[in-house]
Design a protein around this ligand. Structure first.
Ligand SMILES: [Zn+2]
Ligand SMILES: [Zn+2]
Length: 293
Protein backbone atom coordinates (compact mmCIF):
# COMPACT_ATOMS: atom_id res chain seq x y z
CA UNK A 1 0.00 0.00 0.00
CA UNK A 2 1.31 3.42 -0.82
CA UNK A 3 -0.20 6.83 -0.43
CA UNK A 4 1.21 8.16 -3.69
CA UNK A 5 -2.15 9.56 -4.75
CA UNK A 6 -2.92 11.34 -1.49
CA UNK A 7 -2.74 15.11 -1.35
CA UNK A 8 0.12 16.58 0.66
CA UNK A 9 -0.74 16.67 4.35
CA UNK A 10 -1.33 20.17 5.69
CA UNK A 11 1.52 21.73 7.65
CA UNK A 12 0.94 23.77 10.75
CA UNK A 13 3.49 26.27 11.94
CA UNK A 14 3.97 27.78 15.39
CA UNK A 15 6.66 30.39 15.96
CA UNK A 16 7.78 29.60 12.41
CA UNK A 17 8.51 25.97 13.36
CA UNK A 18 6.77 23.33 11.25
CA UNK A 19 4.57 20.79 13.05
CA UNK A 20 3.51 17.53 11.39
CA UNK A 21 -0.24 16.93 11.27
CA UNK A 22 -1.90 13.62 12.08
CA UNK A 23 -1.64 12.83 8.35
CA UNK A 24 2.12 13.28 8.58
CA UNK A 25 4.45 15.65 6.79
CA UNK A 26 5.87 15.67 3.29
CA UNK A 27 9.65 16.07 3.59
CA UNK A 28 10.76 16.94 0.07
CA UNK A 29 8.85 14.07 -1.48
CA UNK A 30 9.07 11.61 1.39
CA UNK A 31 6.00 11.26 3.58
CA UNK A 32 6.79 10.75 7.26
CA UNK A 33 3.99 10.14 9.72
CA UNK A 34 3.25 8.31 12.94
CA UNK A 35 3.45 8.90 16.61
CA UNK A 36 6.34 9.34 19.03
CA UNK A 37 6.02 10.46 22.63
CA UNK A 38 8.82 9.66 25.07
CA UNK A 39 7.96 6.77 27.38
CA UNK A 40 4.47 6.47 25.86
CA UNK A 41 4.80 5.00 22.37
CA UNK A 42 6.81 5.34 19.18
CA UNK A 43 5.84 4.06 15.74
CA UNK A 44 7.07 6.14 12.80
CA UNK A 45 6.05 5.36 9.25
CA UNK A 46 7.46 5.86 5.76
CA UNK A 47 4.55 4.47 3.67
CA UNK A 48 6.44 4.86 0.37
CA UNK A 49 8.86 2.13 1.43
CA UNK A 50 6.34 0.06 3.47
CA UNK A 51 8.56 0.92 6.42
CA UNK A 52 7.89 1.29 10.13
CA UNK A 53 10.41 2.42 12.73
CA UNK A 54 9.64 0.83 16.11
CA UNK A 55 6.29 -0.65 17.13
CA UNK A 56 5.53 0.80 20.55
CA UNK A 57 1.89 0.43 19.60
CA UNK A 58 0.24 -0.34 16.28
CA UNK A 59 -3.21 -0.08 14.77
CA UNK A 60 -4.76 -1.73 11.71
CA UNK A 61 -3.42 1.00 9.38
CA UNK A 62 0.11 -0.20 9.95
CA UNK A 63 -0.54 -3.66 8.49
CA UNK A 64 1.24 -2.47 5.31
CA UNK A 65 4.55 -2.24 7.19
CA UNK A 66 6.49 -5.18 5.78
CA UNK A 67 9.82 -3.75 6.93
CA UNK A 68 10.15 -2.81 10.57
CA UNK A 69 13.28 -1.22 12.01
CA UNK A 70 13.58 -1.87 15.74
CA UNK A 71 15.92 0.48 17.61
CA UNK A 72 15.89 -1.06 21.10
CA UNK A 73 13.85 -3.09 23.52
CA UNK A 74 12.08 -0.48 25.65
CA UNK A 75 8.36 -1.14 25.82
CA UNK A 76 7.39 2.21 24.29
CA UNK A 77 9.26 1.03 21.14
CA UNK A 78 8.75 -2.74 21.11
CA UNK A 79 5.54 -3.35 23.09
CA UNK A 80 3.35 -3.66 19.97
CA UNK A 81 5.55 -6.18 18.17
CA UNK A 82 3.37 -9.28 18.69
CA UNK A 83 0.32 -7.18 17.77
CA UNK A 84 1.92 -6.18 14.50
CA UNK A 85 2.83 -9.78 13.66
CA UNK A 86 -0.73 -10.92 14.48
CA UNK A 87 -2.29 -8.05 12.54
CA UNK A 88 -0.45 -9.01 9.35
CA UNK A 89 -1.54 -12.63 9.79
CA UNK A 90 -5.13 -11.55 10.33
CA UNK A 91 -5.03 -9.52 7.12
CA UNK A 92 -3.47 -12.37 5.11
CA UNK A 93 -0.09 -10.63 4.67
CA UNK A 94 3.25 -12.42 4.49
CA UNK A 95 5.45 -12.18 7.60
CA UNK A 96 7.22 -8.82 7.83
CA UNK A 97 10.97 -8.43 8.14
CA UNK A 98 12.00 -7.09 11.53
CA UNK A 99 15.49 -5.59 11.55
CA UNK A 100 16.95 -5.43 15.04
CA UNK A 101 20.10 -5.32 17.17
CA UNK A 102 21.56 -8.87 17.30
CA UNK A 103 21.26 -8.94 21.10
CA UNK A 104 17.46 -8.69 20.81
CA UNK A 105 16.94 -11.71 18.56
CA UNK A 106 16.89 -14.37 21.23
CA UNK A 107 14.67 -12.49 23.76
CA UNK A 108 12.22 -11.55 20.99
CA UNK A 109 12.05 -15.20 19.92
CA UNK A 110 11.27 -16.18 23.50
CA UNK A 111 8.65 -13.45 23.75
CA UNK A 112 6.91 -14.62 20.58
CA UNK A 113 7.05 -18.24 21.75
CA UNK A 114 5.14 -17.20 24.88
CA UNK A 115 2.58 -15.31 22.80
CA UNK A 116 2.13 -18.37 20.57
CA UNK A 117 1.42 -20.43 23.67
CA UNK A 118 -1.10 -17.88 24.95
CA UNK A 119 -2.70 -16.78 21.68
CA UNK A 120 -2.42 -20.05 19.65
CA UNK A 121 -1.56 -17.97 16.57
CA UNK A 122 1.35 -18.91 14.25
CA UNK A 123 3.05 -15.50 14.73
CA UNK A 124 5.60 -16.11 11.98
CA UNK A 125 8.35 -13.54 11.67
CA UNK A 126 11.56 -12.90 9.83
CA UNK A 127 14.02 -11.52 12.35
CA UNK A 128 16.99 -9.89 10.62
CA UNK A 129 19.81 -9.05 13.04
CA UNK A 130 21.74 -6.06 11.73
CA UNK A 131 25.01 -5.50 13.60
CA UNK A 132 25.84 -1.79 13.99
CA UNK A 133 27.58 -0.45 10.90
CA UNK A 134 26.38 -3.18 8.55
CA UNK A 135 24.81 -2.19 5.22
CA UNK A 136 22.01 -4.30 3.74
CA UNK A 137 20.32 -3.68 0.36
CA UNK A 138 16.52 -3.74 0.85
CA UNK A 139 15.45 -3.00 -2.71
CA UNK A 140 17.16 -2.22 -6.01
CA UNK A 141 17.87 1.41 -5.18
CA UNK A 142 17.76 1.42 -1.35
CA UNK A 143 20.10 0.15 1.33
CA UNK A 144 19.75 0.07 5.08
CA UNK A 145 22.58 0.72 7.53
CA UNK A 146 22.40 0.43 11.30
CA UNK A 147 24.55 2.62 13.51
CA UNK A 148 25.52 2.40 17.16
CA UNK A 149 23.72 4.72 19.58
CA UNK A 150 24.07 5.31 23.34
CA UNK A 151 21.05 4.56 25.55
CA UNK A 152 20.26 2.80 28.84
CA UNK A 153 19.90 -0.51 27.00
CA UNK A 154 21.55 -1.85 23.85
CA UNK A 155 20.32 0.36 21.00
CA UNK A 156 20.92 1.35 17.41
CA UNK A 157 19.71 3.82 14.82
CA UNK A 158 19.13 3.34 11.07
CA UNK A 159 20.17 5.17 7.95
CA UNK A 160 18.45 4.63 4.60
CA UNK A 161 20.72 5.15 1.58
CA UNK A 162 19.55 5.70 -1.97
CA UNK A 163 21.94 3.94 -4.30
CA UNK A 164 22.16 4.90 -7.96
CA UNK A 165 24.41 4.28 -10.95
CA UNK A 166 25.80 7.46 -12.47
CA UNK A 167 27.49 7.84 -15.84
CA UNK A 168 31.23 8.44 -15.51
CA UNK A 169 32.21 12.10 -15.79
CA UNK A 170 34.34 11.72 -18.93
CA UNK A 171 31.44 10.06 -20.81
CA UNK A 172 28.83 12.69 -20.10
CA UNK A 173 27.63 14.41 -23.26
CA UNK A 174 28.58 11.49 -25.52
CA UNK A 175 25.84 10.09 -27.81
CA UNK A 176 24.04 7.16 -26.21
CA UNK A 177 24.96 4.67 -28.97
CA UNK A 178 28.64 5.31 -28.27
CA UNK A 179 28.16 4.73 -24.55
CA UNK A 180 26.27 1.52 -25.35
CA UNK A 181 29.13 0.43 -27.64
CA UNK A 182 31.72 1.04 -24.94
CA UNK A 183 29.66 -0.87 -22.42
CA UNK A 184 29.37 -3.76 -24.88
CA UNK A 185 33.13 -3.72 -25.30
CA UNK A 186 33.49 -4.28 -21.56
CA UNK A 187 34.24 -0.74 -20.42
CA UNK A 188 32.86 0.25 -17.02
CA UNK A 189 30.79 3.34 -17.88
CA UNK A 190 29.02 4.04 -14.59
CA UNK A 191 29.90 4.33 -10.93
CA UNK A 192 27.79 4.00 -7.81
CA UNK A 193 26.62 7.08 -5.93
CA UNK A 194 24.97 7.00 -2.52
CA UNK A 195 22.69 9.54 -0.93
CA UNK A 196 21.64 9.42 2.72
CA UNK A 197 17.86 9.86 2.41
CA UNK A 198 16.86 9.66 6.06
CA UNK A 199 18.30 8.67 9.42
CA UNK A 200 16.40 7.57 12.53
CA UNK A 201 18.21 7.98 15.85
CA UNK A 202 15.92 5.92 18.08
CA UNK A 203 16.49 6.71 21.77
CA UNK A 204 20.01 7.93 22.39
CA UNK A 205 22.27 10.42 24.04
CA UNK A 206 23.37 13.10 21.62
CA UNK A 207 26.75 11.44 20.94
CA UNK A 208 24.82 8.57 19.35
CA UNK A 209 24.31 10.84 16.34
CA UNK A 210 27.28 13.25 16.71
CA UNK A 211 29.73 10.39 16.20
CA UNK A 212 28.30 9.52 12.76
CA UNK A 213 28.90 12.25 10.13
CA UNK A 214 26.71 10.44 7.57
CA UNK A 215 23.81 10.55 10.04
CA UNK A 216 24.34 14.25 10.82
CA UNK A 217 24.45 15.02 7.10
CA UNK A 218 21.49 12.89 6.01
CA UNK A 219 18.92 14.79 3.97
CA UNK A 220 16.42 14.21 6.78
CA UNK A 221 17.49 13.42 10.33
CA UNK A 222 14.80 12.13 12.68
CA UNK A 223 16.22 12.76 16.14
CA UNK A 224 14.81 12.11 19.56
CA UNK A 225 14.65 15.27 21.71
CA UNK A 226 12.97 14.08 24.86
CA UNK A 227 13.71 17.11 27.03
CA UNK A 228 13.47 20.73 25.97
CA UNK A 229 13.97 23.03 28.93
CA UNK A 230 15.31 23.34 32.50
CA UNK A 231 12.42 21.39 34.00
CA UNK A 232 14.68 18.43 33.21
CA UNK A 233 18.30 19.62 33.12
CA UNK A 234 20.88 18.37 30.64
CA UNK A 235 22.72 16.12 33.13
CA UNK A 236 19.49 14.37 34.06
CA UNK A 237 18.57 13.92 30.38
CA UNK A 238 21.99 12.36 29.83
CA UNK A 239 21.59 10.04 32.81
CA UNK A 240 18.32 8.84 31.30
CA UNK A 241 20.04 8.25 27.94
CA UNK A 242 18.25 11.02 26.02
CA UNK A 243 18.91 14.18 24.03
CA UNK A 244 18.24 17.65 25.48
CA UNK A 245 17.39 20.58 23.21
CA UNK A 246 20.19 22.57 24.87
CA UNK A 247 22.71 20.03 23.54
CA UNK A 248 21.34 20.39 20.01
CA UNK A 249 21.89 24.15 20.36
CA UNK A 250 25.47 23.59 21.58
CA UNK A 251 26.32 21.47 18.55
CA UNK A 252 24.09 23.36 16.09
CA UNK A 253 26.80 23.84 13.46
CA UNK A 254 27.33 20.09 13.22
CA UNK A 255 23.75 19.46 12.07
CA UNK A 256 24.33 19.52 8.33
CA UNK A 257 21.05 17.71 7.54
CA UNK A 258 18.53 19.60 5.39
CA UNK A 259 15.62 18.84 7.73
CA UNK A 260 15.82 18.01 11.43
CA UNK A 261 12.73 16.18 12.66
CA UNK A 262 12.47 16.22 16.46
CA UNK A 263 10.44 13.38 17.98
CA UNK A 264 9.96 11.43 21.21
CA UNK A 265 9.19 14.60 23.18
CA UNK A 266 8.30 14.21 26.80
CA UNK A 267 4.55 14.52 27.29
CA UNK A 268 5.11 17.49 29.59
CA UNK A 269 5.47 19.63 26.44
CA UNK A 270 2.66 20.37 24.02
CA UNK A 271 3.73 20.72 20.38
CA UNK A 272 2.96 24.45 20.55
CA UNK A 273 5.18 24.82 23.59
CA UNK A 274 7.88 22.72 21.95
CA UNK A 275 7.82 25.02 18.92
CA UNK A 276 8.27 28.04 21.17
CA UNK A 277 11.21 26.41 22.96
CA UNK A 278 12.86 25.36 19.68
CA UNK A 279 12.59 28.95 18.43
CA UNK A 280 13.96 30.34 21.70
CA UNK A 281 16.82 27.83 22.10
CA UNK A 282 18.21 27.00 18.65
CA UNK A 283 20.01 29.39 16.30
CA UNK A 284 17.49 30.76 13.75
CA UNK A 285 19.17 28.99 10.87
CA UNK A 286 18.68 25.58 12.52
CA UNK A 287 15.22 26.30 13.98
CA UNK A 288 14.08 27.09 10.42
CA UNK A 289 15.00 23.53 9.40
CA UNK A 290 13.15 21.86 12.31
CA UNK A 291 9.94 19.82 12.05
CA UNK A 292 8.16 18.60 15.18
CA UNK A 293 6.45 15.23 15.06
ZN1 LIG B 1 11.56 5.78 24.20
ZN1 LIG C 1 14.34 3.93 25.36
Amino acid sequence: MTTGGDPDPPVRSEHGVRIASAAGIDLDGLLLRGVSWGGIRTCLEVPQWDLLVDVGAVDHRQVYGRRVLLTHGHLDHLGGLANHVALRELMGQTPAEYFLPPSLVEPVQRLLALWREIDRAPLEVQLVPLPAGQVLPIQRDLALQSFETVHRVNSQGYLVWRVAQKLNEELQGLPSHEIAQRRKAGEVVTHEVQHAEIAFSGDTRIEGVLQHPAVMGAQRLVLEATFLDERVPVDQARRLGHVHLQEIAEHAERFTCETLVLTHLSQRYSLEEAARLVRATLPTELADRVVLL
